[in-house]
Structure formats: C-alpha cells, structure tokens
Ligand binder design. Structure first.
Ligand code: A5A
Ligand code: ZN
Length: 468
C-alpha cells in the first residue's frame, strides 16, 4: 500500500480498510458511506454549516425531481448538462406526461421558487444553501469520493441580490468562506478564474479552487459562480428596485462536494492509512492499555484516570482483546490523531505516553497534566499538518517560460504550471492541446512578458495542470 507508487489503488484501499466507504455497491459511481466515514462526513459538514450560518446563509431543502419544462428553460445550462442527466420517465408502469430530471445541481429547482419569493429589493439578499445528493451521468472514469454519479455530499448555496455590486460582494464572501473551510481542513488550494470556455454552464464567470493530489494531478474542490442575470431572465426573477422599476435579480451560486473529504484523505494519509486532523476525526484520542498478566489493576486504574482527564475530547478506550501492536495498527489505519499508551511502568510512575499519528513522535507526560498535554499536542498537530500540506502544494507549483519546459515539468513531476498568457481563447485552446493539460485559469496578479505560446503581450498569470 504505497501512496507514492500507486496513488489510485492506495486511495481506494484505505477508503475501504479505514471504513470510510464500501465501494462494492453494484452501480457504477455510487458508494456506501459506512459508519466511520459517515462520522467524518458529519464533522466536515458541521464546520461548513457553521461557516455558512455565521455569514447569514439559511439552510433549505428542495425536491430531488425537476420537471422537464423547468429544466429545459435555460438553454446554455441545459446544453452543459444534457449528457449527464438521469431522467425519471415512469411512475410504476405509467409513462409520465412530464419527464422528471434527477437534479444534477439545483438552479432549475430553486429559481422558479425565487421568482415567487422575490417581489421587491427589500426581499433581498436571499442566501440559502442545501446539502443534498445530486446525480450526474459522468462518462469519465468514476472514482470513490472524486468522480461520482451520485454525489452524496453536494453543498450548494444560491443567492439573489438587488445590485450587481452586491452579487460581486457575495462572490468575495463565498471565496472567503471556502478559504476558511479548506484552511480548517488542511487542504491547500490554488484559486483561478476559469477560462470562458470552461465556466459553469449559465454563469458569467466561474472562480475555482483546485488542489494537487499526490500523483501530481489537480482536483477541482470547489467553485463559485457569478450568474449575473442569466437565470433571472430565464426564470423571471423580477423585483421592484428603489426607483420603482422592475429589474432582474443578480445571482450567484457556489458548491463543494465529497471531493473535499477525498482531498483530506489523499493529502494527509500515508502508507499506514488515514491521518485525520483533530477537527474532523471521529476519535481524537485513543487510549490503549498495555496489560501484563497480574498487573492489570494498576493499569486499568490509570486508564480510567486518563479517560476522565480527557473529557471534552472525543476519546475511545480500546479495551478489546487484541495485542497492543494490533491495536496500534488498527487505530493508525483509522487516522486517529493521538494515541495514549499506558502500561504497568507508566501506571507506577503516574505517566502516559502520547504518540502523534502524523509524525509518530512519542512523549511521556505526567497523568496529572494529561488534559493540557493532549490538547497542546492536538493543536500542534493541526498547525503542522496544515503547514506540511501547504509546503507540499507550494513545491508542486512550478514556473515555466516555454511550452517545452511546461511539458517537461508536467511529465516529470506534474502539479501546477505558473506562466504568462495573452488571454486569447485560440491560443489557450492550443496550449491545452499541445500540453495535453487543462488551463485552470488566471489569477488576479498582474503579468508582464510574452505569452508562453504565441509570444504576444502577456495579460494574465495562468495556471495549467493535468487534472482529474
Ligand atoms: N450549482 C453550482 C454550485 C455547481 O453545480 N457547480 S459545479 O458544477 O462546479 O459543482 C460544484 C463542485 O462539485 C465542483 O467544484 C466539484 O468540486 C464538485 N463536483 C462536480 N462534479 C462532481 C462529481 N461527479 N463527483 C464529485 N464531485 C463533483
Ligand atoms: Zn497567447
């Protein structure tokens, strides 16, 4: 199980062995959340909901089914999703008069209702989100947590505003929420404005977060779209503005998925299994008693004392049958951040041994200080896991001045190329073809020097990578 040698196999293997998903469900691109994985997922969602709620978003829940007529209204949006929609055509044996789409995303479910809810500028902003499953008939190779046909953890936020400036401000807020979210999870990212030909179908523009997985390929882990008035025109979302005139609402939407959990696992895991940051670990500390025949009592007393001291953390005492070695192995696989070993010697001296999952570092501490030392170790781990991941991503971003150089970097090490681009579509599409890679897009830094491909005046810093 070597992460560096065969990343894909490694990832599927630990997702299975750590009890995140069962990947044997007999429909391609759909998987089963197992209890341990579901707890990780719940912790991730708790963080996300917290960030959305504290910025004035409200949670809602719309139906899974979308009538064909609504779904077909926004031409560009439909075009973008036409190959990917699952249709419900029958109720029992009766063919339906109106076909129903399983939502691939919920614009066309939510915006007809926005049209009913919004009358005046005073009804806005509206900022809602839902966490739901969506269905996309993906044709590229499906993968657990990364390319799903049933995306089970789809958080989509949808907003409506009375001015374009307010919608623009919402895009900024969404970016800052996602930054805080990814920072909390120790997932480093690069932010790019997608080229026009790769934006969300129906958006004015799309800003994306990409991370780099251990095999050197990038993964889009979140997107923020400014929809302008494209959907409000289609769905008649009109309001009376402060001048008493009817105007179309300005909209944004932004989404993330199971991919954030994949990224966390991929970036922090190692050849021993998962390595979860304390924030999302179902078990933050596992206490393993090391029992020798005849000396159980003192150890078990110390273990109880330790358990009491750690109240407030998510603690598990492994009182099971196995050997200490097999327990260590098991909890390392599960990615538990902190292991606390207590043996007869420790019991005698009133100490415990703390072992960090990320570094394997061991430390003997007095039982009396256990609460403080464990909390400190967890805090240090958070910071050092985050820093390590950020350093790794930085090392995977490489500047290139020519296409030959870019091609060599993509071949030898992968990651993200940083270069200069003129901004012309034709030139960009050629870069993608020549490099067999994707333009992740541009950032908002100013650029100087010639375009990497055509040599014309460079207008943007461009990010390129091979991506999932
Ligand atoms: N309505 C907007 C928010 C939307 O649907 N945007 S999106 O199409 O870009 O999807 C949001 C995020 O879901 C993407 O950034 C990507 O991280 C994730 N995603 C998209 N397709 C996925 C798939 N098949 N499996 C897992 N995650 C996916
Ligand atoms: Zn060019």
């Amino acid at each position: 199980m070597k992460k560096k040698e065969d990343f894909s196999t490694w990832l599927n293997d630990i997702i299975d062995r750590a009890g995140i998903l069962d990947i044997r469900y007999p429909i391609k691109g759909t998987y089963v959340w197992r209890p341990y994985g579901f707890k990780v997922r719940a912790n991730v969602l708790r963080i996300l909901r917290g960030l959305l709620d504290e910025t004035g978003h409200e949670e809602v829940l719309f139906p899974l089914l979308i009538p064909e007529e609504e779904f077909m209204k926004e031409a560009i949006h439909v075009k973008g999703f036409e190959d990917e929609v699952y249709w419900v055509t029958h109720g029992g044996l009766t063919p339906l008069n109106v076909k129903l789409a399983l939502r691939p995303t919920s614009e066309t479910a939510i915006y007809p209702m926005f049209a009913l809810w919004i009358r005046s500028h005073a009804d806005m902003p509206i900022k809602v989100y839902q966490v739901v499953n969506v269905f996309r008939y993906e044709t590229k190779a499906t993968r657990p947590l990364i390319r799903l046909r049933e995306i089970t953890t789809f958080k989509e936020a949808h907003t409506a505003h009375a001015t374009p400036e307010d919608a623009e401000r919402q895009v900024e807020e969404a970016l800052s929420i996602y930054k805080r979210f990814f920072d909390t999870l120790g997932i480093p990212y690069v932010v790019s404005k997608r080229p026009d030909w790769d934006k969300f179908p129906g958006a004015d523009y799309t800003i994306a977060f990409d991370t780099v997985l251990p095999d050197g390929r990038s993964l889009q882990i979140g997107t923020v779209h400014n929809l302008g008035t494209n959907f409000s025109k289609t769905f008649d979302i009109l309001f009376e503005n402060t001048q008493g005139e009817q105007e179309h609402a300005y909209q944004t939407c932004y989404g993330i998925s199971d991919r954030v959990i994949a990224s966390h696992i991929a970036i922090h895991g190692d050849d021993k299994g998962l390595s979860l940051m304390p924030e999302i670990a179902p078990v933050q500390c596992v206490i393993v008693p090391i029992i020798f025949k005849g000396r159980e009592e003192a150890v078990l007393r110390a273990v109880e004392k330790a358990e009491k001291a750690l109240k407030g953390l998510r603690v598990h005492v492994d009182r099971g049958e196995g050997t200490p070695g097999s327990k260590f192995y098991h909890w390392e696989m599960k990615g538990v951040p902190l292991r606390i070993e207590i043996g007869p010697r420790d019991a005698e001296k009133d100490t415990a041994v703390l072992v960090r999952r990320d570094t394997g570092e061991k430390k003997t501490v007095p039982l009396g200080d256990l609460s403080g030392s464990a909390a400190a170790a967890l805090r240090e781990m958070e910071a050092s896991m985050r820093k390590k991941a950020e350093d790794e991503l930085k090392a995977m971003i490489t500047e290139a001045a020519t296409l030959e150089e870019a091609a060599r970097i993509l071949r030898e090490k992968g990651g993200i190329i940083r270069t200069v681009w003129c901004g012309e579509k034709e030139c960009g599409v050629e870069i993608e073809e020549v490099l067999n890679a994707k333009l992740l897009g541009t950032n908002n830094e100013s650029a100087s020097g010639p375009c990497i491909h055509c040599g014309g005046k460079g207008r943007h810093i461009l990010h390129i990578s091979r991506s999932y």
